[in-house]
Design a protein. Sequence first.
Length: 107
Amino acid sequence: MPELYCGFQHRPGEPPVGYPVACLPQAWSSGAAFMLLQACLGISIAGTTGVVRIDRPELPAEMSRLRIWGLAVGNARVDLAFERVGPRIAVTPIGALPDSVEVTVLV
């Protein structure tokens, strides 16, 4: 991902136009996509206690479902499904949760 984007016009279906003098790739900006996903889904992870807290998750209007595979929680991994059900987003584990992990969903 580039350091920043600019306001140049682009064609439909094309990616955003990068700023011509921006550093590419830019290591710190690559984390922005994951932080955006974390903010939209309301995910916070306490790895030492094995608690995943999901607070009022949202999905973009164009997206009805999202799956996260291999989310690290301490030494364990979990798979989660987010799916639009009416006006809310339902969250369900895919498969069995490890005994060391607790998932709490606040709506």
